[in-house]
Design a protein around this ligand. Structure first.
Ligand SMILES: *[C@@H]1O[C@H](CO)[C@@H](O)[C@H](O)[C@H]1NC(C)=O
Ligand SMILES: *[C@@H]1O[C@H](CO)[C@@H](O)[C@H](O)[C@H]1NC(C)=O
Ligand SMILES: *[C@@H]1O[C@H](CO)[C@@H](O)[C@H](O)[C@H]1NC(C)=O
Ligand SMILES: *[C@@H]1O[C@H](CO)[C@@H](O)[C@H](O)[C@H]1NC(C)=O
Ligand SMILES: CC(=O)N[C@H]1CO[C@H](CO)[C@@H](O)[C@@H]1O
Length: 380
């Protein structure tokens, strides 16, 4: 009795920070195009199950049934969804779309989790051969080979139309824009929102900023040209349904790249300016990529970061990078020996991969018990 009175008072007076989406990147739908020779068109369209694949349903089931996560970020390539011969827009490769939709439907309809649709394109289209640097920046009016902002809007209108009746999808506008005018990111993001909403889709949208959408540099100039901070533009987005959050990536190694096995960048201090900006602008954020290597140092940095997200109500979700069906012994993050987060795989030395080390040690204890399990994807 006493305790229920206390908990009533507690819940009435304290704003409880709430992570409602927790999960993992499913990377693989964008594979098979990276050409060391920078040959445009290399790996397109690619072979399903050989060059690219979206998920392994068995391991998705392990994540949902055993780990109780509710969030998967599923990567695809815009040049495969909209082949170059069609151009970016409403005409899709129906084969690639159906392979992608099969993965999304498994996650959302069969397993009841939320799926973040991720065009893994760095806000570029037409040449993914050496991502993240090849391809024309979408909406670059000085580049006659660039897809237009209107084409990007049409693409999102069509993709949203196809998922309009699936409450469990989340629309990720694009992976890691960088080295382009921040104003153009705002313009393209707004076009995507307009395309999605005019399709009648009301689900959650995640909007990225500049500088590979890094949280630590949110209030700083980024890139070789010193593009203006994301913070100066990303608060100007207009969503008639007020269901858009900021998409943030944050790695913990020295250069924020996820390329090293030593963690050196503390998330709490590096995210502090972003957090203030989110609060001032009444916005929420999802950390859709982060990671750390298989060592005690990184376990501490990851633990500190997840504690920080849990303590600040501006953050509503996270997805660690990365699981996926085609990694094998390769390491998507944090040094060659870490391995992927795909259950059942091993690292390059034949030892336990990040699912058996990083996940079990420091991610699993942070998976909230009260994640969102039903209803349309929203901010709360
Ligand atoms: C569509 O995708 C399938 C599967 O990858 C591929 O076999 C086919 O050639 C693609 N079509 C076009 C026009 O790219
Ligand atoms: C836009 O296109 C022009 C002409 O190709 C190019 O010089 C410029 O670097 C491009 N801008 C961006 C941000 O890529
Ligand atoms: C945070 O903002 C302060 C004040 O503008 C600035 O001095 C500091 O460099 C910023 N930190 C980061 C990580 O951007
Ligand atoms: C999917 O995952 C299961 C469980 O780890 C594994 O046995 C199976 O070989 C995987 N399938 C593919 C196609 O990778
Ligand atoms: C699923 C996913 O997005 N995996 C990706 C997570 O992000 C990294 C970094 O950009 C990608 O390279 C992976 O493909």
């Amino acid at each position: 009795m006493l305790s229920s009175v206390f908990s009533l008072i507690f819940s009435a007076t304290v704003v409880i920070a709430k992570i409602i989406y927790a999960g993992v990147n499913e990377s693989g739908g964008e594979f098979g195009v990276f050409a060391p020779t920078d040959t445009p068109g290399f790996g397109l369209p690619g072979r399903f199950g050989v060059d690219y694949a979206f998920i392994n349903k068995t391991t998705v089931d392990i994540f949902v049934d055993q780990e109780k996560i509710n969030f998967f970020r599923v990567t695809f390539l815009m040049e495969r969804m909209c082949p170059l011969s069609f151009g970016l827009g409403k005409k899709f490769n129906e084969t690639y779309f159906s392979e992608f939709a099969d993965a999304i439907n498994h996650i959302t309809i069969k397993k009841g989790a939320y799926a973040l649709l991720d065009p893994h394109n760095y806000m570029r289209y037409n040449d993914p051969s050496m991502q993240p640097f090849t391809g024309s920046v979408i909406g670059n009016t000085s580049d006659p080979t660039a897809a237009t902002t209107k084409q990007f809007q049409d693409f999102w209108n069509e993709l949203a139309r196809r998922f309009v009746n699936n409450p469990k999808v989340v629309f990720g506008i694009n992976n890691e824009p960088h080295d382009m005018p921040t104003q153009l990111i705002l313009k393209n993001n707004q076009a995507a929102i307009n395309g999605i909403r005019s399709a009648g889709a009301r689900q959650l949208i995640l909007a990225p900023g500049n500088g590979f959408t890094g949280g630590h540099s949110w209030t700083q100039n980024t890139g070789a040209a010193g593009d203006l901070p994301s913070s100066q533009f990303l608060n100007k987005l207009v969503d008639p349904f007020h269901n858009t959050a900021i998409d943030v990536h944050e790695y913990l190694d020295i250069d924020f790249s996820g390329g090293h096995d030593v963690c050196a960048q503390p998330a709490p201090s590096n995210l502090a300016n972003l957090t203030t900006w989110l609060r001032e602008n009444k916005l929420k954020a999802v950390i859709s990529e982060f990671g750390g290597g298989n060592n005690a140092n990184c376990f501490q940095f990851i633990d500190d970061m997840l504690n920080y997200l849990e303590a600040n109500s501006e953050y509503i979700g996270w997805a660690i990078w990365a699981a996926g069906p085609l990694w094998g012994t390769n390491s998507p993050c944090c040094g060659p020996n870490t391995g992927s987060l795909e259950p059942g795989e091993v690292n390059v030395m034949g030892g336990p991969n990040a699912f058996d080390t990083v996940w079990k040690t420091v991610i699993r204890p942070h998976i909230p018990k009260n994640l969102k399990r039903s209803g349309i994807s929203t901010l709360s």
